[in-house]
Design a protein around this ligand. Structure first.
Ligand SMILES: O=C(O)[C@@H](CO)OP(=O)(O)O
Length: 249
């Protein structure tokens, strides 16, 4: 038995994805390729008759614009919208704004991969005065200091994302709505880890491709009826996930 349908969509390629820069909470826009990916994601939704009733996004432009472009393409531009910082990309600490290749060359593959994909090793924290810090950003002004990250590992993302999952997304699913979540590589990895109960070690190998909807049907226990869900374009997803894994090399 299925209680709800969840569709995960990672934003299309951003200006900084294309430049191979660590992004995190820096609010960069989609580039032209990312916009096309977002539209294609929406066309896939339409082709599969998978029509969202509500969309949840982060508060970052690349996820917001991806959701808008995809929903326009699927003729669902009118559905209800909710946004939360809890769906934001993982805060990349002092690595925000740094080039991935240069970071790999400077620190070596082991340290680079620990920062990028280990479950519980955060990058060094960002200084408040850093050009790429969000310390003065008005959208986080009401967050108490203990909730406002200066860096995060994936474990931290799971911890800050789950309250939103249970308090805001699950009620929509239980009401029978098809729910679209438009977010980011690492915030979606955190959600998928929780849904599929992936181990701390195995999650290091899982990468989410940009712009390809991933469908999960959830049972009464709010776990997927099919482990790993189903990409609407599985071939493209495989290729694109491998490209994410190889970034920096
Ligand atoms: O830079 C980032 O914020 C993320 C997603 O683009 O990168 P990575 O895949 O290296 O975690």
């Amino acid at each position: 038995m299925t209680v709800g349908t969840l569709v995960l969509l990672r934003h299309g390629e951003s200006e900084w994805n294309a430049k191979n820069l660590f992004t995190g909470w820096v609010d960069v826009d989609l580039n032209a390729k990312g916009e096309a990916e977002a539209r294609r994601g929406g066309e896939l939704l339409k082709e599969h008759g998978l029509l969202p009733d509500v969309v949840h996004t982060s508060v970052l432009r690349r996820a917001i614009r991806t959701s808008e472009l995809a929903l326009h393409a699927a003729d669902r531009h009118w559905i209800a919208v909710r946004r939360s910082w809890r769906l934001n990309e993982r805060h990349y600490g002092a690595l925000q704004g740094k080039n991935k290749k240069e970071t790999l060359d400077a620190y070596g593959e082991e340290q680079f991969m620990l920062w990028r994909r280990s479950y519980d090793t955060p990058p060094p924290p960002i200084e408040d005065g850093d050009e790429w810090s969000q310390s003065g950003d008005p959208r986080y002004a009401t967050l108490p200091p203990e909730l406002k990250p200066r860096t995060e590992c994936l474990k931290d993302v799971v911890a800050r994302m789950l309250p939103y999952w249970y308090d805001a997304i699950v009620p929509d699913l239980l009401a029978g709505r098809t729910v679209l979540v438009a977010a980011h590589g690492n915030s979606l990895r955190a959600l998928v880890k929780h849904l599929d109960q992936i181990s701390d070690e195995a999650i290091a190998k899982l990468n989410i491709p940009t712009g390809i909807p991933l469908r999960y049907d959830l049972g009464p226990d709010l776990r997927p009826t099919v482990a790993g869900g189903a990409y609407l374009d599985p071939e493209a997803a495989k290729e694109a996930a491998a490209a994410v894994a190889n970034q920096g090399k």
